[in-house]
Design a binder for this molecule. Structure first.
Ligand code: TXA
Ligand code: MG
Length: 356
């Protein structure tokens, strides 16, 4: 999936060399991937990994994904790369699939939040790959992995452009403490699918839906995949409330839109600023004083645009954002998952009065 338009100014070889050396020195580098931008550190340097947790304000028990260059040896990172895991790597790597495997003993536990597993992913973005290759080449073992969560503050909307990363970390980005590599807008737009294949005796477990769907994984493996279970390792992206805007946000079924708009319309007429992100403006919007923004109608385009749209709507300082629920079909699974977690941060829905 290398559909990258030549970005106006992708990082030069010098910038990539500098970024790789920074990682080797225990410093942080934000970099583009095809899903979202990552906040990277040397996965084998526990202090550098600690800096990622600190900058994000992320609980240290939430494990990070280790990013590998194409051709890297997963056996360096994991003590058990099963035939099933190998098959998935052959089919889906490089790409937006993270595999949870058993962590090799010599890999510091900090990167895994203390768990005995490790998340591995090989991104398809050319800038990420160039950085990962250079970084691995600087390591005496020839194996270098970059631990990188999404480059946003814990619980907030993930970044899909370099500008989003600067917005998230204005106090350090562009300065000495964080270098940001610009690789254009992420083409997938939502985070990788996460599949736990750490126990070859058990069914694989889907921990986070994404661009690569459950059906695709089942078709390749030829076995059913389980959903997340109680007691599964902590996945912050699977917390009920995540990817949150600062503006109250509510997800509404198409059939319920007329009633919801009617309920909010008096407040809108009294000055509250609401906006509906929907597929088509319906007649119920006429005279409602509620603004309308058209959303992409196809799941891939929707996913690609989603976090940028949420950020733009958030910045416009509305009193509430209504989002028309996309269809509940498999190809919308990743988008629906992110939308429902974004809405879960606002249990009471959007308030029917202007914000003071
Ligand atoms: O697309 C992505 O996966 C992006 C880009 C940068 O690669 N990264 C990303 O990282 O979304 P983050 O930290 O925002 O989400 C990674 C998720 C977390 O929810 C974490 O708990 C889970 O992966 N994870 C990492 N290692 C794990 C492990 N050993 N066991 C269970 N979950 C793990
Ligand atoms: Mg994240």
């Amino acid at each position: 999936m290398n559909h990258y338009r030549a970005a106006t100014s992708w990082p030069s070889d010098d910038a990539l060399d500098k970024a790789a050396r920074r990682l080797l020195n225990g410093r942080l580098v934000a970099f583009p991937t095809e899903t979202v931008y990552g906040l990277g550190a040397d996965a084998e340097n526990a202090r550098a990994v600690g800096r990622v947790f600190d900058l994000k304000h992320r609980p240290r028990k939430h494990p990070l994904i280790v990013h590998l260059a194409p051709g890297a040896d997963p056996g360096y990172w994991s003590s058990l790369v099963s035939p099933q895991a190998k098959l998935l790597m052959d089919v889906f790597w490089p790409g937006p699939l993270t595999l949870i495997l058993r962590r090799a003993d010599h890999i510091p536990a900090a990167v895994s939040g203390g768990q005995d597993t490790i998340g591995l992913r090989c991104p398809s973005h050319p800038v990420a790959q160039a950085l990962l290759r250079r970084f691995a080449a600087l390591k005496p073992s020839g194996q270098g992995g970059v631990a990188a969560p999404s480059a946003n503050r814990f619980g907030h909307v993930s970044p899909t452009t370099a500008a989003h990363v600067y917005d998230e970390f204005p106090e350090v980005a562009g300065g000495v403490r964080l270098m940001v590599l610009d690789g254009g807008a992420s083409v997938v737009g939502i985070e990788s699918t996460i599949l736990d294949v750490s126990d070859p005796a058990a069914a694989p477990v889907l921990l986070r839906p994404g661009h690569i769907g459950r059906e695709q994984l089942e078709a390749v493996l030829g076995v059913p995949i389980a959903g997340p279970q109680a007691g599964s390792p902590q996945v912050s992206g699977s917390l009920k409330a995540h990817y949150a805007t600062r503006t109250p946000l509510e997800l509404v079924d198409t059939a319920d839109l007329p009633a919801r708009i009617a309920a909010l319309s008096p407040a809108a007429k009294a000055g509250a600023r609401y906006i509906l992100l929907g597929f088509e403006p319906g007649a119920e919007l006429i005279d409602s004083h509620i603004a309308f923004a058209g959303s992409p109608t196809k799941p891939l385009a929707y996913a690609r645009a989603l976090y940028g749209l949420l950020r733009d709507l958030d910045e416009a300082k509305h009193d509430g954002i209504l989002i028309e629920h996309p269809p509940r079909t498999p190809e919308w699974q990743g988008v629906n998952d992110r939308l429902s977690r974004a809405a879960a941060a606002f249990t009471g829905g959007i308030p029917a009065a202007p914000r003071c």
